[in-house]
Design a protein around this ligand. Structure first.
Ligand SMILES: Cc1cc2nc3c(=O)[nH]c(=O)nc-3n(C[C@H](O)[C@H](O)[C@H](O)COP(=O)(O)OP(=O)(O)OC[C@H]3O[C@@H](n4cnc5c(N)ncnc54)[C@H](O)[C@@H]3O)c2cc1C
Length: 78
């Protein structure tokens, strides 16, 4: 495999270390919602990506729009 070839995270120790690094990078941005394959660093099929996006909208964006005590958030999918 070429060193720059993209591949799926498969939950190895190396993948978990990368995910931990991403979570550390996300920490300063509590008002940003990270989602999708890139944002969650998970293998997702299409139906799972859509389901996760809909659930995020229902659980986080709808609550924000309803004026509940959720801080201002920016949604970032990828
Ligand atoms: C070859 C292939 C075949 C597949 N076949 C199937 C299948 O048969 N059935 C199935 O259910 N799923 C299939 N999938 C999976 C499906 O494509 C994904 O589940 C789905 O696209 C995930 O959606 P997503 O929004 O998380 O990510 P994506 O669709 O990958 O969207 C990510 C977006 O973020 C953008 N982006 C990336 N980096 C940045 C950045 N730095 N700044 C701004 N934008 C950025 C990208 O350009 C892209 O538009 C396949 C995937 C591949 C690659």
């Amino acid at each position: 495999m070429r060193s720059d070839e993209p591949y799926y995270p498969i939950n190895t120790a190396a993948d978990r270390a990368i995910l931990y690094g991403y979570r550390m990078m996300m920490e300063p941005y509590p008002n940003v919602i990270f989602g999708g394959r890139l944002g969650s660093y998970k293998y997702l099929d299409m139906h799972q990506a859509i389901d996760a996006a809909l659930k995020t909208f229902e659980n986080e964006v709808t609550a924000f729009l309803a004026g509940q005590d959720i801080p201002e958030r920016v949604v970032m999918a990828g």
